[in-house]
Design a protein around this ligand. Structure first.
Ligand code: ATP
Ligand code: MG
Length: 391
């Protein structure tokens, strides 16, 4: 057994044969090495290498059998290890970190995250960090045109990289102050998808040093972020991806946009149940601030069918999230909102849309900051009228 044999061993392990095949080949080589005088010295080195390989195989077999257990949620594969020395912001004056989430697609997560960010920045003078965690980039594509930019210069991938540095990440955010004063955007693009799949796989295999579910929290809970922003809005993809799980682990609250049609109540119930299991053992998870009905048919009333769906959701919330409510202000299907996608904030482009998001924003502010906190936060608004006409 010499260097070239060890190289062959590693090659076999990395190739189709897998570690188990490589070890049985190495065992056979060891038997023949022990019988030959000249190879006896190499046998000790090989025995040590074999012991290590055995350990690796045992570890991989253990991982494989756990992964094959259908009852196991792969997002709870390893025990939680939140970042040391940091904790989720809490208390009256603390920033709120809010995920817009629904595992059902096309319900208005991105639209509401962007336009409510505009409400909090312009009507309440808050510094908002708007984060696009979906590789589709809906929020990025809508917000960048508002500051006359076509493409982002940064990528949300940096937040999840092994060599991430919170100070550098926060220093490189997209400046959207021209549209929302004091606010910033963390943009995403399609290359996020393969990146997050690979990182998830490495974590399952025990190949990362940290708990990758808390990489976003590591930057968002840092002093730098908490001092700079009053509010963080996270646009979460409609799938339990690495970024979605990170968003939920980092968030203080979540908001559920939904339609009021026949297919929408069950996904909410499924999601709330899934969150309960996921966050049992993961530090509690975020609190549901409430549900927003979007794309309703008529303004300002609900049709009978929509009202029935609303009551079903109220019932679901009572079971799973007793403090959460469905907000009074629903968002109707409006052409000015649809047409703004990819062009800028509807909040800037339509007075009527702005009135809807302001009214909804008032309710959400109260759910996030309490009645008193919401009032204080609205004392120093930017000039929303002027900002609206500028865009
Ligand atoms: N109130 C509304 N009036 C008109 N169009 C709307 C409204 N809300 C959302 N839309 C449009 O509906 C589509 C889906 O909205 P959006 O992208 O915000 O949903 P989403 O939940 O983020 O979707 P996904 O699950 O794919 O991320 C978009 O084309 C958007 O412009
Ligand atoms: Mg979206």
């Amino acid at each position: 057994m010499d260097v070239s044999d060890i190289a062959k061993l590693l090659g076999l392990a990395a190739g189709g044969v897998g570690l188990a095949g490589a070890v049985s080949w190495a065992k056979a080589s060891l038997r023949s090495a022990k019988t030959s005088e000249s190879s006896a010295a190499d046998a000790d080195a090989l025995t040590a290498a074999l012991a290590e390989s055995y350990e690796r195989v045992a570890q991989f077999e253990h991982i494989l059998s756990r992964a094959n257990d259908e009852k196991r949620d792969l997002w709870r594969f390893w025990p939680a290890a939140p970042p040391r020395g940091l904790s989720k912001p809490e208390g009256e004056g603390a920033p709120r970190i809010v995920s817009f989430v629904n595992l059902k697609g096309g319900v208005g997560k991105s639209t509401l995250a962007a336009n409510l960010a505009a409400h909090f920045a312009l009507a309440r003078g808050m510094k908002v960090l708007l984060m696009d965690l979906d590789y589709q980039g809906s929020v990025s594509n809508t917000v960048l045109p508002a500051v006359r930019r076509d493409a982002p210069t940064t990528n949300i991938r940096e937040w999840f990289a092994d060599d991430r540095d919170p100070v550098r990440i926060l220093g490189e955010l997209e400046d959207i102050g021209g549209a929302l004063p004091g606010s910033a955007l963390a943009a995403s693009s399609y290359d996020l998808a393969p990146f997050e799949q690979r990182l998830w796989l490495r974590w399952i295999l025990g190949e990362t040093e940290d708990d990758v579910r808390f990489r976003l929290a590591q930057t968002l809970w840092s002093d730098h972020a908490l001092r700079r922003f009053d509010l963080v809005f996270l646009d979460v993809p409609p799938r339990m991806t690495l970024t979605a799980v990170n968003a939920l682990c980092a968030s203080t609250h979540f908001i559920v946009p939904t339609l009021l049609d026949r297919t929408s109540t069950q996904p909410i119930e499924f999601m709330l149940r899934q969150f309960q299991t996921l966050f049992w053992g993961l530090g509690g998870g975020p609190r549901c601030a409430g549900v927003v009905a979007n794309l309703t048919k008529l303004e300002p009333y609900l049709l009978d069918g929509e009202e029935s769906r609303r009551l079903e959701i109220v019932e679901t919330l009572r079971q799973y999230e007793s403090r959460a409510k469905i907000f009074e202000r629903h968002v109707p299907h409006r052409e000015d909102i649809a047409e703004s996608a990819g062009l800028g904030f509807a909040y800037h482009r339509s007075e009527r849309a702005r009135a809807i998001f302001d009214r909804l924003g008032d309710e959400i502010a109260e759910a996030l900051f309490g009645a008193e906190g919401a009032r204080v936060a609205s004392d120093a608004p930017h000039d929303a009228d002027n900002a609206a006409t500028r865009h």
